[in-house]
Design a protein around this ligand. Structure first.
Ligand code: SF4
Length: 488
């Protein structure tokens, strides 16, 4: 089977739509990449590859980066080996590294075991231009996909998922153009199928299927997919729901295949209503069908959303890209939400969510930095902080109940009926911890903070002269460096 070389999807091709100009109550910041504050972005691509059956992933990069990435992937339950092609200065500059990668790919390409091999260039090989585009596109029927995912070009691990997903979609699209491709396991769906774009809790696609059933539709593939042939089903959908807004390169692949795409997600009562309307409008369905679906959703969800309202002031931030959706749901469930920050950018697919939140007085910060998230926590004095590790750590130090966004919020159902009931219970439980934090603070307060923390046999003695000496030394060093810079 002869196939053309697949072009490498480089970081420069990732659409990082700039944050719109500052609006009232919304400040703009440098992209998250300008001040790296989240995990290595390559983890996003690695995770997408590792979750696919019959797919092997090979990393090319510095050993320390590979150690961190494999450690994290196993922490998140990869249960699969990650390939690694090491290098040194010599193999990098002489081009031997590329030869080593090619050899590794040839050795791994066993069609009885694999549908695809993904090769990921990390920072150093990407910066050095190791040309993965020169790898064969296919060996013994095993597809070879090479991508560059450098930390200096892909701002978040969420957007790195898009780099690999779009490269796979592009490849699969060409295969569809070249001739017949395998049908999905269990055959094509009887009803027109909607493709879902975004990593979700396993129950979410089922919840969405329940919502759209009165429209005569069903849920098709969820992208990123779990196996290669699902990519063909994804391209076969009647429309694409861009539930996660940062898959901009993947959206382009769908649009080039003439698939209509629409944004936001069915979260909360209003969110579900407007999302069903967008779906109906996108497909030009009979309005009666859309009304039927909306009425049924209203019936199913009204009591859940209004039943046990969340009472408390909340700030929320994360780098998963689904922050605005969680924010909508929290707000609809009664939370006094003041701030939502996302390390991901503004795109056409989260525009409606940002507008909805701003209309309710929520400060929306896209491409948010850690400093902005912390500032929001200080400013709004929330009863509950939902955020990334450093934010949660700061909140705990301040005796504010807090929840990790990645582990505790984004890893649960969000869509439809299940989403509302599941989120409310976890938030209410966390809010109820406030008194516990206060009593813990009172209990531990005598042990001190910062450099006075710990158990002392004597009262710690302040040594201001040591601090002054260290300060003088640091200032001298700084002045010396500046003088050297000016002299060079
Ligand atoms: S140097 Fe690059 S590849 Fe390595 S951990 Fe940092 S961002 Fe990731």
């Amino acid at each position: 089977m002869s196939r053309p070389i697949i072009p490498i999807v480089s970081a420069s091709q990732v659409d990082t739509t700039p944050t719109p100009p500052a609006e009232e109550g919304v400040s703009c910041s440098k992209g998250a990449h300008d001040q790296p504050q989240s995990m290595c972005p390559a983890f996003g691509s690695l995770r997408v590859g590792l979750r696919m059956r019959r797919t092997s992933t090979i990393l090319s990069g510095s050993a320390c980066c590979v150690y961190g990435l494999t450690f994290t992937s196993h922490f998140y339950g990869a249960r699969r080996s990650v390939g690694y092609v090491p290098f040194n200065s010599e193999t990098l500059v002489t081009g031997k590294l590329f030869e080593d990668i090619r050899e590794a790919v040839h050795k791994s390409a066993d069609p009885t075991q694999l549908d695809a091999i993904v090769v990921i260039n990390l920072c150093v090989p990407s910066a050095s231009g190791v040309p993965l585009q020169l790898l064969p596109k296919e060996i013994n029927g095993v597809r070879i996909i090479g991508i560059d995912v450098p930390g200096f070009g892909v701002p978040t691990h969420a957007e790195a998922k898009d780099v690999l997903t779009s490269a796979m979609l592009k490849y699969a699209k060409q295969e569809v153009r070249d001739g017949p491709v395998p049908a999905p396991q269990g055959g094509r769906k009887a009803l027109p199928a909607l493709t879902l774009l975004g990593e979700m809790f396993p129950a979410d696609p089922m919840g969405i299927a329940q919502l759209i059933e009165p429209m005569g539709l069903t849920v098709g593939a969820t992208v990123p997919t779990r196996e290669w042939r699902e990519l063909y089903s994804a391209l076969d959908g009647v429309a694409v729901a861009a539930l996660h807004p940062f898959y901009t390169a993947s959206v382009k692949e769908f649009q080039e295949a003439n698939k209509p795409v629409f944004g936001s997600a069915p979260v909360g009562l209003e969110g579900v209503q407007s999302w069903l309307q967008s779906l109906g409008d996108t497909l030009g369905l009979d309005p009666q069908r859309t009304h039927a679906a909306r009425n049924r959703a209203l019936e199913l969800m009204r009591d859940v959303v209004k039943g046990q309202p969340i009472r408390g002031r909340v700030t929320l931030s994360g780098y998963e890209g689904s922050e605005l959706l969680v924010a909508r749901l929290l707000s609809e469930c009664g939370a006094d939400l003041r701030y939502v920050g996302s390390a991901c950018p503004a795109t056409p697919w989260n525009e409606a969510d940002a507008a909805w939140l701003r209309a309710r007085g929520v400060q929306v910060q896209l491409r948010a930095t850690l400093e902005q998230d912390l500032q929001a926590m200080d400013e709004y004095e929330p009863d509950l902080v939902i955020g990334t590790t450093p934010i949660v750590q700061k909140a705990k130090q301040s005796s504010i109940p807090s929840l990790y966004f990645t582990n505790l919020i984004s890893a649960r159902p969000l869509m439809g009926v299940a989403g509302a009931s599941s989120l409310v219970s976890v938030i209410q439980a966390a809010l109820a911890n406030k008194d516990r934090f206060r009593s813990m603070e009172a209990f531990f307060s005598p042990v001190g903070k910062g450099d006075t923390a710990g158990v002392w046999t004597d009262v710690p003695k302040a040594r201001p002269e040591f601090r002054a000496k260290t300060k003088r030394q640091a200032e001298r060093l700084l002045a010396q460096r500046k003088a050297e810079e000016m002299g060079s």
